[in-house]
Design a protein around this ligand. Structure first.
Ligand code: PLP
Length: 384
């Protein structure tokens, strides 16, 4: 496995901050909003009432019921509680799935730009990630022809992440159906990471591949409360899929970590079943920021950014800047650009190399408009 390439630059940013430098950080992978009060209260109540012991390995019945209701309400999906497992964050559900499904010799198709952990999780399971690159011209989405060309006899799994971290792209119903058509007569599974399903801006409506009837037995849906409810530290994710696979993930979990945190499970019930208006308020705030960033970045010569349709990242290309030199140092790739922006202009971003896109930078707009204005101003000065 590779160690996370993003760690070095974020470590550097932290060190500079500790030295008292005024760093603007757009590197966060989490909402800047607090966990809603009513969710915190449910956690506090759980502690006060002594709900502090082991729970069933796959999660408490109350939470599994809440997840069933969430899938029905938000995604048009029907699952039974036996088709659901609760884990320690979306990350664990994804890792468990790869470990349960894949082995030495298998191939896992991962469209790029990808979320950093997908290829490494496939490797952890002994499988080989097969990276399929996409471009801004296709909205950073793979086409059915690309999928067809990537499939071999060894293909075990396709990973789809819509809305995407880092590009913010969202696959439409038509696009999902066309991709599923390529797989329907083959013994290939789909792991659909829908972590950002509630953070979308209306241009394209997300559509779960689990809604395609012919693939219903081979699509596994991963989600969690981290991003929608600003609960990244609570560590609750959930997985829905065929009972046998959920059982296999349960076995792995029972021998490695056991149940997810009992208190956080109670808080997640409150989040999923409580007043959802906070989700809408925050979505609208993210949309304002997205619009600002898209306009402001595209105004800077040397930068071009697609309009993200979901999540809270923008993924501009800095291809035009590559090859330029500052103080005798040439910017060969996005890591060099990110280091230059941080060292000389105190803006922290994440280089696209880590996401399989060496000509891009990932900027998170989980920050106030004032901070975003400051960051964009500095980037403009830096590139000028
Ligand atoms: N999937 C994607 C696409 C993500 O961006 C993240 C978090 O950054 C996760 C999964 C994992 O989320 P969690 O905090 O629930 O483990």
């Amino acid at each position: 496995m590779q160690e996370s390439q993003t760690m070095r630059i974020s470590g550097l940013a932290k060190q500079m901050q500790a030295e008292g430098k005024d760093i603007v950080s757009l590197s966060a992978g989490e909402p800047d909003f607090p966990t809603p009060d009513f969710v915190c209260q449910a956690g506090i109540d759980a502690i006060r009432s002594g709900f502090t012991r082991y729970t069933p390995n796959a999660g408490i019945a109350e939470l599994k019921d809440a997840i069933v209701a969430k899938f029905r309400r938000d995604n048009g999906l029907e699952f039974s509680p036996a088709e659901i497992i609760v884990s320690n964050g979306g990350k664990q559900t994804l890792a468990n799935t790869m470990l349960a499904l894949c082995q030495e010799g298998d191939e896992v198709i991962v469209p790029a730009p990808f979320w950093v952990s997908f290829p490494e999780m496939a490797r952890l399971a002994g499988a080989e990630p097969v990276i399929v690159s996409t471009t801004m011209e296709t909205g950073y989405k793979i086409t059915p022809a690309q999928l067809e060309a990537a499939v071999t006899e060894r293909t075990r799994l396709l990973v789809l992440n819509s809305p995407s971290n880092p590009t913010g792209s969202v696959y439409s119903e038509e696009e999902v159906r066309a991709l599923m058509k390529v797989l329907e007569d083959r013994e290939i599974f789909v792991l659909s990471d829908e972590m950002y399903d509630q953070i979308v801006y209306g241009e394209v409506k997300p559509f779960s591949p689990a809604r395609v009837d012919s693939m219903r037995d081979r699509v596994i849906v991963s989600n969690g409360v981290s991003k929608t409810y600003s609960m990244t530290g609570w560590r609750i994710g959930y997985l829905a899929g065929p009972k046998w696979l959920i059982g296999a993930c349960g076995k792995i979990q029972s021998q490695t970590t056991s149940n997810a945190n009992s208190i956080a499970q109670k808080a997640a019930v409150a989040a999923l079943l409580g007043d959802q208006s906070i989700v809408e308020e925050r979505r609208l705030e993210f949309r304002k920021r997205r619009d600002f960033m898209h306009g402001a970045l595209n105004d800077i010569p040397g930068i071009s950014a697609a309009l993200p349709e979901g999540a809270f990242y923008i993924f501009p290309s800095v291809a035009e800047v590559l090859g330029k030199t500052f103080n005798g140092k040439t910017l060969h790739n996005s890591t060099d650009v990110a280091e230059f922006l941080l060292a000389e202009h105190y803006v922290a971003t994440v280089p696209g190399d880590a996401f399989g896109a060496p000509e891009n930078l990932r900027l998170s707009y989980a920050a106030s408009i004032a901070e975003l204005e400051k960051a964009v101003g500095r980037i403009r000065t830096a590139l000028a």
